[in-house]
Design a protein around this ligand. Sequence first.
Ligand code: MUC
Ligand code: MG
Length: 372
Amino acid sequence: MSAAIQSIEAILVDIPTIRPHKLSMTTMGVQTMVIVRIKDSAGLEGLGEATTIGGLAYGPESPESVKLTIDTYFKPLLIDQPADAINTLRVRLNCAVRGNNLAKSAIETALLDMQGKRLSRPLCDLLGGALHQHIPVLWTLASGDTEKDIEEAHSILAQNRHRDFKLKIGSRALMDDVRHVAAIKEAVGDRASVRVDVNQAWDEATAVKGMAELQAAGIDLVEQPTPMKDFAALVRLSKKFHIPILADESVADAKDMFALAAAGFSGAVAMKIAKAGGPARALEQAMVAQASGIGLYGGTLLEGTIGSAASLHAWSTLETLHWGTEMFGPLLMRDDIVVTPLNFHDNGVDLPSGPGLGVEIDEDKLTHYRRK
Ligand code: MUC
Ligand code: MG
């Protein structure tokens, strides 16, 4: 008899960021994570995380709505069900609940963590096994101030902590953004790859001008320049420029990936376990991208250690991550709620070892940071 799911808890956790993090749609001073704890009748616990950026500023699920979705709608569907029947549970949730992929991702992660602990295997082994133990990670410079960003870049390069930088642009006038980006690229020179994320802020005409300027400034990649649903613009831009485009908000899951590729897009995709509905779902998207000749990049919604570890287990199974990853979320937060933080070094991070995610909650820290 399989163990049954006995309890599911969704906990809101607020941790301040190390500095303001400025994106085109919001400036973050705190990150709110939803930590999910599932317990089964054999006494095992699985951990998951659903995190987004800026409440409802980034996407249609907020941390508070994720908690409500899990507490009100998921629990009755999952309690007393066999805890190891992960595919059955996914189909059960999908039949009853449309969308809500962030909440679904936290549940899939927790069930996989629990299954790994049950089998005494790391989560990546449930996905076919890791091909990499050390995974490249970039850093996002987004203080909102050019000089501060340059200082931050120099200090990070000196520590050998990251070698690729992503700049968040789109909230200022185009040429102000171009000057900001060009100054940073000039300051780091060939020591670092510099990319930008526009987070949908430009219309197509602005994107045409912006991409020409960024190409001339030596920028390597432009992420989501135009609105997410405007597939045709993304396709036209990808045909017009040598500088590749990274599709982020436009592509949540395997179906989106297929549609964009079929429309003629070339470039790369930012996979995120949260957008796809879980680590295994994100890998489905990776297969479609690979079959379409689209480059892979491990993306984040600025998750803490639990969500980042889940993502790393998935990305570790992919032969080539053409653009590396951005699993730096834990470093953007002032503190952590796990016993042993991830080990960031040499422009990347180590895949955590041990059963499941390989991550353990620090109960005192969780009590301290959980929303009262
Ligand atoms: C995004 O849109 O890519 C990832 C890194 C970062 O700074 O913001 C996120 C979201
Ligand atoms: Mg992005």
